[in-house]
Design a protein around this ligand. Structure first.
Ligand code: GLN
Length: 483
């Protein structure tokens, strides 16, 4: 049952092959048995899940229907879930029980989805390895000594290890796509504003976007359909109708123009990944796509710009964790100043403190123009590059990451080498366009991801191409040993 895709589970529930209660209990048992070695969950909401499953079965018995009714999923522990701890992987929020549901969570509850629990992540979604969580590192099921990528590492691992058919994630600079690539699953970061950020605890507000992680593009389409849409509670959410993603999946992709940026294939890229990407391009060509070389000349500046903008916004967003209203507070503060400083020193981990310091510095008088403003100008140049590229091609294809999964601990002491792992993913966030990662093969037993990027609101096209690719390849069907 755990090998079934979300689409197949949906059909099996409809055909009464098993009930939601049965599959929910089965997956809960699997999580209890297998997750201790992976650490992909922070909280397992067993009672809640069984109650939701029972309710879903009753609704079905009354003739109610939705594709997701009774389908079990899990949420990244960054989405507020009413009555359930929402920790952001931080000591700061380890005691925080969210008083309300994030819009994404509520929308999925409305469809009848069952919530199995909350998945592990880099503290406050800052990281590319899922090692900075207060709850300990997440392990990659393909090799337990390696990282699964981050920050949505728990969400990707839970899917890769077949503990749950699909999960939610968030992506500020690659956190849905990068762990999807390193664990061999499919994930999509939608256009900025497509999915509501309300109740999704903020890291960098102009970059953050929620999206689904699943085994297939088809499953991502089902989940995104339910997650997307205008939300008056999020002032940056966009009031544009959500197209029917599912019905676009079967379109043929013959004649489609796929751009390959020459800058993405130079320097730093692991040769095994490059080979897998070339083979994937040939497979796409066989499906009738036309491959064209393109150029994104300002790509080189992307990491620097991102690692000024994201910490700047984070330093502002995280100022609310001051020990006054919610979250951790230090013991016996001497005075107000002492309470602020000890609460924040004790409550945040090293990477989060580093980002707050960098961001505060970049925003301070005198440095604002030199760093923050300059980064915003680079952001615009990168956006112009992409708009120019999309004038000649329908989508862009690239590696998702320059390397396969690395050893746990390998890059902990060298933050810059870890920041460089985001080179291919962060541009989509800087520009705000949608991007998808799908499995395209292996490098010595470790999954490799290929990334598709498209113009604003072309999620349907990305899912369509990935679905067509997944009809003629079976990389997405590979499962790590023992799972
Ligand atoms: N790795 C990037 C960072 O650390 C992106 C993380 C994310 O997308 N949440 O900021």
């Amino acid at each position: 049952m755990h090998q079934l895709t979300l689409a197949k589970i949906s059909k099996a529930l409809l055909a009464k092959q098993f009930s939601s209660f049965e599959i929910t209990s089965y997956l809960l048992q699997r999580i209890n048995k297998l997750d201790p070695q992976l650490n992909s969950f922070i909280t397992v909401t067993e009672e809640l899940a069984l109650a939701q499953a029972k309710a879903a079965d009753e609704r079905r018995a009354q003739g109610k229907y939705h594709e997701l009714l009774g389908v079990p999923i899990a949420h990244k522990d960054l989405f507020c879930t009413e009555g359930v701890c929402t920790s952001c992987g931080s000591k700061m929020l380890a005691n925080f029980i969210a008083p309300y549901n994030a819009t994404v969570v509520q929308k999925l509850i409305n469809t009848g989805c069952v919530t199995l629990g909350k998945t592990n992540l880099d503290e406050f979604a800052m990281g590319s390895s899922s090692e900075t969580s207060y709850y300990g590192p997440v392990k990659n099921p393909w090799d337990l000594t390696r990282v699964p990528g981050g920050s949505s590492g728990g969400s990707a691992v839970a899917v890769a290890a077949r503990l749950v058919p699909a999960t939610t994630g968030t992506d500020t600079g690659g956190s849905i796509r990068q762990p999807s690539a390193l664990t061999g699953v499919t994930g999509i970061k939608p256009t900025y504003g497509r999915v509501s950020r309300w109740g999704m605890i903020a890291y960098a507000s102009s970059l953050d976007q929620g999206g689904p992680i699943a085994k297939t593009a088809e499953d991502c389409a089902l989940l995104l359909q339910a997650m997307a849409g205008f939300d008056p509670k999020d002032s940056t959410s966009i009031s544009q109708e959500v197209p029917d993603y599912y019905s676009q999946l079967d379109k043929k992709i013959a004649g489609l123009k796929i751009g390959v940026p020459k800058e993405f294939f130079s320097g730093g890229l692991d040769v095994r990944i490059e080979q897998r990407l070339q083979t994937a391009l040939q497979e796409l060509e066989k499906l009738g796509a036309e491959i064209k070389e393109i150029s994104l000349p300002n790509l080189e500046q992307a990491i620097s710009a991102y690692y000024v903008i994201a910490p700047a916004e984070a330093s502002s967003n995280l100022s609310r964790f001051d020990g006054v209203r919610f979250g951790y507070r230090c013991e016996n503060p001497r005075d107000l100043q002492d309470m602020y400083s000890r609460t924040r020193t004790e409550g945040f981990g090293a990477e989060v403190r580093r980002r707050i310091l960098v961001g505060t510095y970049a925003l301070s008088a005198g440095y604002y123009d030199a760093y923050y403003l300059k980064a915003l100008k680079i952001r615009r140049l990168i956006k112009n590059d992409f708009m120019q590229a999309f004038a000649g091609v329908d989508v862009i294809f690239s590696p998702t990451t320059p390397n396969p999964a690395w050893q746990i601990g390998e890059k902990v002491g060298d933050p810059v080498s870890q920041y460089l792992e985001d080179i291919y993913t962060i541009t989509a966030n800087l520009v705000g366009i949608p991007a998808l990662s799908m499995p395209v093969g292996f490098a010595d037993g470790l999954p490799v991801g290929g990334q598709l990027l498209a113009p604003y609101f072309a999620e349907g096209l990305l899912l369509n191409i990935a679905h067509q690719y997944q009809q003629v390849t079976d990389w997405h069907r590979q499962v790590p040993n023992g799972f």
